[in-house]
Design a protein around this ligand. Sequence first.
Ligand code: NAD
Length: 279
Amino acid sequence: MAFVIDGKKISQEIKEELKEQVTALREEGKEIALAVIQVGEDPASSVYVGNKKKACAYIGIRSESYELPETVTQEELIALIERLNRDDKINGILVQLPLPDHIDEDAVIKSIAPSKDVDGFHPESVGALLIGQAGFLPCTPAGIIQLLKRSNIEITGKECVVIGRSNIVGKPMAVLLLRENGTVTITHSRTRNLKEVCKRADILVVAVGKPKMINREYVKEGATVIDVGIHRNAENKLCGDVDYEDVFPVAGAITPVPGGVGPMTIAMLMNNCVSGAMH
Ligand code: NAD
């Protein structure tokens, strides 16, 4: 039977720590502000943006909302970002993805000043991560490292297997596990013998984007299983990329969905806002 890694509890601990730091900064006369830009009215994006603004309010970070119409041009969006880059009162800039098809996401991400890139998606942030220099870490993988550390799960020397090679989860996850001295394998849609590779893992991070794909046949007895996936089934119930009920009896530790990785992403975004303002 697995130990359940409680992302809700751990994210709350982090938010309380940040609240204290923000209060201390405010006593020194320093206010932290995050600019949140949403283009269009995609309902899922609106929920994410709403949750981010709520977390800001809880911690004491001022959030400035920019709700732009679906028809906004790339030039107009980048002009807004450039203005926010120059605004000394803004510490972080977040552009909620995905953007409409007529806007080049890479160009938009590149226009954010690396010093305000709290999502950690700018090529300069990604490069800094790879060579171990200071910079903003992408929130979901950074949150997973916190889940492991705060649950006393050792990474050094462990076989770590990541399923998925996306720029926002899989690749940075692998680099962060490497930074923590794990022995890291990245797997993807062209990997042969996925089950055998996964079965080697002491720590298995699943970011494959397919509901309940990973069952106990992929999991070594006693392994730690981190489920990044978020899906909603026909009854509007959330599930992950891991078949939780099937894996639970064989894993050593496991993250649930909801209440595992999800809450950590926002906590780490808040952490980036605060740490950015402190340097
Ligand atoms: P993605 O679709 O960009 O990447 C999926 C990856 O899985 C790809 O690299 C692909 O090569 C690999 N893959 C696909 N089919 C495979 C197969 N059969 N075998 C092995 N590998 C395969 O997805 P993403 O953006 O990395 O997100 C992954 C999941 O995590 C999604 O469910 C997403 O909703 C969720 N997510 C959650 C959070 C969070 O805060 N919890 C954040 C980001 C993403």
